[in-house]
Structure formats: structure tokens, C-alpha cells
Design a protein around this ligand. Structure first.
Ligand code: HAM
Length: 420
């Protein structure tokens, strides 16, 4: 137990951390270019927020939440996704009073008690964006374009954008009835979960992975075919904007999403290269959620991407990245006097943004040079009594083997001139 992390969790370090940072950098760059501002909401919220926000009939709320009573008898849940907390903050911080739309992004851990497998964890991380205040298809196009630009920036070329429209609440009601009527003839053949969905949320049956249910659904009516004229026009305008931006997509009527809050547009970016959990990024429009959480009616649209899945997709293209430790200089020493001078020097180098290391293990000169090699130092030098006496040190370029003699005072300038 002591040396095993809980099931479904991951330590982020080494070369994986390099990839992680690349994703974070890209996220910050792309979101800034789209005018989205970062928000950080708490890791935990009142359970009721997710029950209402994510939806009582979803797997997340029914089976997967990490919920507990805190010491003050409050029912608390570790966030299973990012949207509900951002909606809560939007209302509580009265962001609706600012110029609209409100455009926010986040990077957050999320927690779901799911069966772990490749690309599915119990603690995972999401990058997400939420745009509040516009019901126009241009807002949907904006968030999809942001996702597409991010994937492009990360070199993720092996994903496909699937888009669908579930229609507004009226279309949904109509579609649920049409679907129920279609399924009523096969009701005995549905799996127990779908039987429950049949009563509470028939649309979710389309998402069932059970082979028998999937076979039944082959000829099922589809939401996108039952849209009213307004929802149809909304969807078509979105597609026109995607065409205008040359963002490739397929209209996929089987995309229904696992959360209850969606209205009209839903979309996923799917990869075929990372196994069964191929949805790298998913989202859509949720025009009723703000109201559901106690606010005035406010249209909204957003998406979230799993950071672990983004990295898996990058690795499927480029292979796992290598951990390449890099230091600008290893400055070793022999003897007590040299030690003090060296510590003063590396401190000055570091203050000048030069990555410098010295000996913390009382190693011999030979072992220090071996270590300098291992950490990928670009330059190395050793200071001893002679060097102090003559105020001269020999600095070695570890790659070219070229050596340069300098006075001790010249090291910082030399490094600044030679390190970009
Ligand atoms: P979601 O589809 O549940 O949507 O999750 C979004 C992404 O998080 C998935 O596409 C996947 O990459 C990643 N993800 C989900 N569960 C796991 C897991 N157990 N392990 C690893 N990665 C996972 C949402 O969460 C919505 N809040 C998205 C949204 C934002 N819709 C509108 N705004």
C-alpha cells in the first residue's frame, strides 16, 4: 500500500512532464489568441452542483463521483468535470454583468470512479473552455476552432472532428418520443441500463456499448433528422462557418455525449490511434445549464480535452519523448576554498538565468565530470586551489571539446554570451 499509488492515478514526471508542459504552453498561447481568460475553481464543490449540473441520469452522477461528508456535515464532491464549477463561478462572481460573451478556460484535475484502462483514469486532467452569453452558431464555431487550433499546434493530425445537433428542448422532447416509439417494439431486448434510460433519458441509449442494444439501434430515428427549422438553421450555419475556416468534420448523428446538459451542437475530436478511449476532446452547447443552476437564462457553449489523452495522441505520432536533462554548466570544485568560490559563482550564474549545477555529493573530480556528462551539461569546469591562485579556469564545451581559459570573473559573461 505504502508504495502503490491508488488505482487509476498517475505520477507526472520525467519526459511525461516535458510533454505536459508543452500542452500547457500551447493551451495558454492558443487561448490568449482567442481572448479566453483563465479561471481556477476549487477542486471540490457541493455535491448538489454536479447532481444538478451534470445530470441525475448520467453515469458520472449515478456511479462515478468521489463524494463524502466533510467534518461540518456538508455533502462534498471532487469535481468530475470542469463545466459545473465554472457555471457556479460565473453566477456567484456576477460575470454576466461584464461585457458579454464571457470567455473562460481552465486546466484542472478531475475525478471519476471508473474502471481504469488505457486513457481512462480515476484522477485525470482536463483543459476546457466555456463561452457564456451567445446563442449564435458563431460561438460554437469559435470554440470548435479553438480546439482545432490547439490540436494543430500540438501536431495532432490523427484526429477527426465529429459534429451533431441534438436540437433544443422542444426538439429533444419530440425526438425522445420518436425514439421511444421506435424502441417500444424491442423493449424486452434492451440491457438493464438502457431499460432505465428508456424511461428517464432515451437519448442516452444511443451511447450504449452493449452489442445487442447497438444492433437494435441500427435503424433508429436520428435527432439530426428531427430538428425544427431554427435548430436546423443553427446547425447549418455552424457547418458553413467550419467550412469557411477550412476545419474538416463529419456530421455524425451518433454523437450524443455522456452528460445531460447539452442542447443543439455536440462534437467530439476522435482518434483511432489510442485504443477504445479515443475521444480526445468533447463538448457542445448547453443553453439551459446556467438557468438550471439558478441563474437567468444564459446560452453557453464549451468543450474539454483530457490532457492524458492529448499526450497519448501526440505519442502515437511521435513516440514517447525522451527525458533530456539539460544544464548550461556544471561547475565542480576541489577543496574548501574552491567550494565557497564555486557556490558564489553558481549563485550568480543562476541569477543570470543560466542553469548551473555543482557538487552536492563530495565526489572526486572524475566522478564530477561523469555526472556533468550524465546531466547533459553544455559546459563544464573545475575550480581548485591552482585556479584560485592563478585566477584562471578552463571551461570546456562538452560537445565540441573546445576549451577556453578565462579569469573567474569572466565566467558569467562568457556563459551569457554563449548560451541562448
Ligand atoms: P467529457 O466528455 O466527459 O466532457 O470529458 C471531456 C474529456 O475528458 C474527454 O474527451 C476525455 O478526453 C477526458 N476524460 C473524461 N473522462 C476521463 C477519464 N476517466 N480519464 C481520462 N480522461 C478522461 C466533459 O467533461 C464536459 N465538461 C465537456 C464540456 C465543457 N462540455 C461543455 N463544456
Amino acid at each position: 500500500m505504502l508504495t502503490n499509488a491508488p488505482r487509476g492515478t498517475k505520477d507526472i514526471y520525467g519526459s511525461y512532464m516535458n510533454d505536459w508542459k508543452k500542452v500547457e504552453e500551447s493551451v495558454n498561447k492558443i487561448c490568449t489568441s482567442f481572448g479566453f481568460n483563465e479561471i481556477r475553481t476549487p477542486i471540490f464543490e457541493h455535491t448538489e452542483l454536479f447532481a444538478r449540473g451534470v445530470g441525475e441520469t448520467t453515469d458520472i452522477v449515478q456511479k462515478e463521483m468521489y463524494s463524502f461528508m466533510d467534518k461540518g456535515d456538508r455533502n462534498i464532491t471532487l469535481k468530475p468535470e470542469g463545466t459545473a464549477g465554472v457555471v457556479r463561478a460565473y453566477l456567484e462572481r456576477k460575470m454576466y454583468a461584464d461585457a458579454q460573451p464571457t470567455k473562460l478556460f481552465y486546466l484542472t484535475p478531475a475525478f471519476r470512479y471508473e474502471r481504469p484502462q488505457a486513457g481512462r483514469y480515476r484522477q485525470f486532467h482536463q483543459f476546457g473552455v466555456e463561452l457564456f452569453g451567445s446563442d449564435k452558431p458563431s460561438a460554437d464555431a469559435e470554440v470548435i476552432a479553438l480546439a482545432a487550433n490547439l490540436l494543430n499546434d500540438l501536431g495532432i493530425t490523427n484526429v477527426k472532428l465529429h459534429v451533431n445537433s441534438l436540437g433544443g428542448p422542444e426538439c429533444r422532447k419530440k425526438y425522445n418520443n420518436v425514439l421511444k416509439e421506435f424502441l417500444s417494439k424491442h423493449i424486452d431486448e434492451l440491457c438493464p441500463t438502457c431499460l432505465e434510460r428508456y424511461e428517464k433519458n432515451p437519448l442516452r441509449i444511443l451511447d450504449c456499448k452493449n452489442e445487442k442494444c447497438q444492433a437494435l439501434l441500427k435503424d433508429a430515428p436520428l435527432a439530426v433528422d428531427t430538428l425544427d427549422s431554427e435548430c436546423k438553421e443553427h446547425f447549418e450555419e455552424l457547418l458553413r462557418l467550419l467550412d469557411a475556416m477550412e476545419i474538416e468534420y463529419v456530421v455524425d448523428p451518433w454523437i450524443v455525449r455522456g452528460l445531460d446538459y447539452y442542447t443543439r451542437t455536440v462534437f467530439e475530436f476522435i482518434s483511432n490511434d489510442i485504443g477504445a478511449q479515443g475521444t480526445v476532446c468533447g463538448g457542445g452547447r448547453y443553453d439551459k445549464l446556467v438557468e438550471e443552476c439558478g441563474g437567468s437564462p444564459t446560452p453557453a457553449v464549451g468543450f474539454a480535452a483530457g490532457i492524458e489523452r492529448l499526450i497519448m495522441t501526440i505519442e502515437a505520432i511521435n513516440g514517447a519523448s525522451q527525458h533530456e536533462p539539460k544544464r548550461d554548466i556544471y561547475l565542480g570544485y576541489v577543496g574548501e576554498n574552491a567550494k565557497k568560490t564555486t557556490f558564489a559563482l553558481i549563485n550568480e550564474l543562476r541569477r543570470n538565468n543560466i542553469s548551473a549545477e555543482t557538487d552536492l555529493m563530495s565526489r572526486s573530480v572524475k566522478a564530477q565530470m561523469k555526472y556533468a556528462n550524465k546531466i547533459g551539461a553544455k559546459y563544464s569546469a573545475i575550480i581548485g586551489d591552482n585556479e584560485l591562485e592563478e585566477n584562471s579556469i578552463r571551461i570546456k564545451n562538452m560537445e565540441t571539446r573546445e576549451q577556453t581559459d578565462l579569469s573567474i570573473q569572466e565566467i558569467v559573461k562568457f556563459m551569457k554570451d554563449n548560451i541562448k
